[in-house]
Design a protein around this ligand. Structure first.
Ligand code: DGL
Length: 291
């Protein structure tokens, strides 16, 4: 079992491969987010582990998560986990910083034997490694900022670091709208991040602390400026997952795949996913599910 901020105990490589292991190996990896943002993580996982099948749930009916209370996000996140576990998964990736920040422990308690990974730990590790000055800005949702999860996770690695978490809720709506650059994105990004960067600013690292935000990365990088490293938790999360599942073989002869499920507006989800994630190819079908 592994998750953010909690010591991981990952099963060692099996000595004798059993039928149960084979069945487990053939199961997909479950992933969820409130919408399309978590696909930034799914794409990275597909690249790192191409033989695996991914089962992705976008909880469009309940988004955004970032403006909701911790209790509500926890309720939604546990429901999403229950849904994916009932479908059959061998591991669960919470591809949402807000849910990772407030609900990971509740999911771990509900499914104590399920390999579980959140994205905050990966983002924090990336920031701690990327920042020379230790002045780190985290752009995230209100819920993630309120939780203090990034400050804690970065502080464990760089106790001297100064972390400023800035809520950027409109970035989520822009990404869900498929609006990832242009004057509107530029002006919203300046509104949130302009005061933290520019002349005399000490920060040298901007964490994209919401899985929707990498979709706006070119604009955010421009506003942060050339000396600022952008940290996206997707790659680091997929690397952690690959390590964690190293003892669990990929499906035999598998060429991998991605099943998309949405709790509302599946056609819209397919349209935006196709537009924003060319790496996925045309998304023909999104299942509709009620949690
Ligand atoms: N993508 C999510 C995150 O990483 C949630 C965005 C939202 O629904 O507010 O926090």
């Amino acid at each position: 079992m592994f998750n953010d901020g909690i010591p991981m105990t990952i099963g060692a490589a099996p000595t004798g491969f059993t039928l149960h292991d084979a069945v487990t190996a053939s199961l997909p990896i479950g992933i969820f987010d409130s919408g399309v943002g978590g696909l930034t993580v799914a794409v990275a996982i597909r690249r790192a582990m191409p033989a695996e099948h991914l089962l992705y749930l976008g909880d469009l009916a309940r988004q955004p998560y970032g403006t909701k209370s911790p209790a509500t996000v926890t309720r939604y996140a546990v429901k999403a986990a229950e849904f994916l576990v009932a479908r059959g998964i061998k591991a669960l990736v919470v591809a949402c910083n807000t849910a990772s920040a407030v609900a990971l422990d509740a999911i771990a308690r509900r499914f104590p034997h399920l390999p579980l990974l959140g994205v905050v730990e990966a983002g924090a590790a990336g920031a701690a490694a990327a920042s020379a000055s230790g002045r780190i800005v985290v752009a995230a949702t209100e819920g993630t900022c309120r939780s203090g999860a990034y400050e804690r996770a970065i502080g464990l690695r760089r106790p001297e670091a100064g972390v400023t978490c800035v809520p950027c809720p409109l970035f989520v709506a822009l990404a869900e709208e498929g609006l990832t650059d242009g004057p509107i994105v530029e002006s919203v990004a300046r509104h949130y991040l302009g005061p933290l960067f520019g002349a005399g600013a000490a920060a040298d690292c901007l964490v994209l602390g919401c899985t929707h935000f990498p979709l706006l990365a070119p604009t955010l990088g421009r506003i942060a400026g050339p000396g600022v490293r952008l940290v996206d938790c997707a790659e680091a999360t997929s690397a952690l997952l690959a390590t964690a599942l190293a003892g669990c073989p990929a499906p035999a002869g598998g060429t991998g795949g991605l099943t998309l499920i949405a709790t509302d507006a599946p056609d819209r989800f397919a349209r935006i996913a196709t537009r924003l994630f060319p790496a996925l190819g045309p998304v023909a079908e999104v299942e509709l599910a009620d949690l």
